[in-house]
Write a protein that binds this ligand. Sequence first.
Ligand code: NAD
Length: 262
Amino acid sequence: MDLGLAGRWALVCGSSRGLGWGCASALANEGVNLVMVARNAATLEQAADQVAMTAAGRGASTKVLRVAADIATPDGRAAVFAARREVDILVTNAGGPPPGDFRDWDRNTWLQALDANMLAPIELMKATVDGMAARGFGRVVNITSSAVKAPIDILGLSNGARSALTGFVAGLARTRKLAGANVTINNLLPGGFDTGRLQRVMAQAGKNYEEEAASRLQAVPAGRFGTPGEFGAVCAFLCSVHAGYLTGQNILVDGGAYPGTH
Ligand code: NAD
């Protein structure tokens, strides 16, 4: 299926590794030009070269700009928009907050989680969606978490910050000014994906990787973790010309782990 995206510009945050990288790669393979953002310049350069080379190998012509910046800060976002102001596609993403006990979290801990997982996506949308609407095409995909539908006790910072973003998006996506101008906004909710983050969270649990993985996979009907490539493919479809009537949704990609119907 031709996704109809060749020549568009996408800003993909947190894209040097993991799920963000999967989204950047899938879009580049469709001929989308990218602004890739991550904090570590060396890792970002390597990832961006790889994305560009793979896309070229598949015959896709794509430009890849790289911005080493912290997307959770105003300075980081200013650096991104200095590199490229207008984008047709926005994929918001940043590292998830650490697990813990809410008794140990002070105001500053909460503000960091809100900055990264609620306010940064909102600021990025604020800076881009009206331009998308004026040009008659826009796609926003926020990478959130399956914890929005099924909160996990030790991930209270993530549950709180991402639920706040989810509520905000539910309203914004349904405004006539955006939905009526072919600008869609959806949240993509990962379950268990085999990325650096998952490996770090499992290591923090202090258990043997294989044992911990086996115990987590008992709750996943697919019997395996997802791959960044699979996640990126769903993201690319949501960004495609075919998904113009799909907005304001929270889409789980979790191998069937969530047991409910909505
Ligand atoms: P990852 O650690 O593998 O990759 C995160 C990427 O984001 C890296 O490129 C990193 O450099 C970049 N990044 C992090 N914070 C940033 C910031 N402030 N500014 C710019 N770049 C930043 O993580 P992942 O597994 O790809 O997870 C992506 C998101 O999805 C996270 O918020 C995570 O909590 C969430 N999530 C992941 C899973 C999973 O199973 N992997 C499950 C649920 C939710």
